[in-house]
Design a protein around this ligand. Structure first.
Ligand SMILES: *[C@@H]1O[C@H](CO)[C@@H](O)[C@H](O)[C@H]1NC(C)=O
Ligand SMILES: [Cu+2]
Length: 238
């Protein structure tokens, strides 16, 4: 009798453990252009983790850029986006972990983003969602649980082809070096109707972080951080 009562709970607990593993990690396989979600891995370069959803933890690895060392860079087509319009980057579920967002872009110097691998100091930040602190009482993460992230493509951004790199930094295990988890993908867009802006500061990726930054190596639980320092350069808004 007792075992008949306990067993369904044991099974339920097992299912929950399985579900929580499945939902713990995520990818960003789609863009949202003119309000329309593109299919998975069509305008976003397929990442190594398209099956496992596992994060990158080494900010110096080649995979810290577009996470495509195994899948290869030339897996996506390029979609047209007007300067000044809203561009979304869609998660395969929701941004499960507490953490912050940075979105970087880099212009293909040849004009062809398909053959552009993002080498050199070519990346600038176009958007971020940071953490909210209040002197040590609480820390909250507005990006947590979002199904997508949207931002305005700067109106003064020069027309041309660009990589758009999503970087979702999960901080739940960031108290030890390389405990922070990065969920990364690179979309390919052609910006039209742009301007004469001069985006910057420009950084290299990898290279932009060491992993020791106060916004990357920190315990978000105890003591509650009094402040939070968003990693990376300032946002260029055009
Ligand atoms: C862009 O680069 C890709 C990959 O190198 C190549 O296959 C394609 O033909 C190029 N497109 C143009 C318009 O040159
Ligand atoms: Cu996870």
């Amino acid at each position: 009798m007792v075992s008949q009562i306990i067993r369904p709970f044991a099974i339920l607990a097992g299912v929950c453990a399985l579900l929580s593993q499945v939902t713990a990690h995520y990818t960003f396989p789609g863009l949202i252009v003119n309000g329309v979600r593109t299919p998975d891995w069509v305008n976003v370069r397929r990442t190594n983790n398209y099956n496992t959803q596992a994060p990158v933890t080494d900010v110096t690895s080649a995979d810290f850029r577009c996470y495509d060392s195994q899948t290869g860079p030339a897996t996506a087509s390029t979609i047209t986006v007007a300067a000044g319009s809203t561009l979304g980057i869609a998660c395969d579920q929701t941004i499960y972990h507490p953490g912050v967002i940075n979105v970087y872009m880099a212009k293909a110097p040849s004009g062809n983003v398909t053959s552009f691998n993002g080498d050199g100091a070519v990346w600038f930040k176009v958007y971020q969602i940071t953490a909210q602190t209040n002197g040590g009482t609480s820390i909250t993460f507005p990006a947590q649980n979002l199904p997508s992230v949207s931002f305005t493509v700067p109106r003064n951004l020069p027309s041309g082809q660009y990589l758009v790199r999503m970087e979702a930094l999960a901080l739940h295990a960031a108290g030890t070096f390389q405990g922070a988890q990065w969920y990364i993908s690179c979309g390919q867009i052609q910006v039209t109707g742009g301007g004469n802006g001069n985006p910057g500061p420009l950084v290299s990726i990898p290279g932009v972080y060491t992993g020791n930054e106060p916004g990357i190596l920190l315990n978000i639980y105890y003591p509650v951080p009094a402040t939070y320092v968003q990693p990376g350069p300032a946002v260029w808004s055009g």
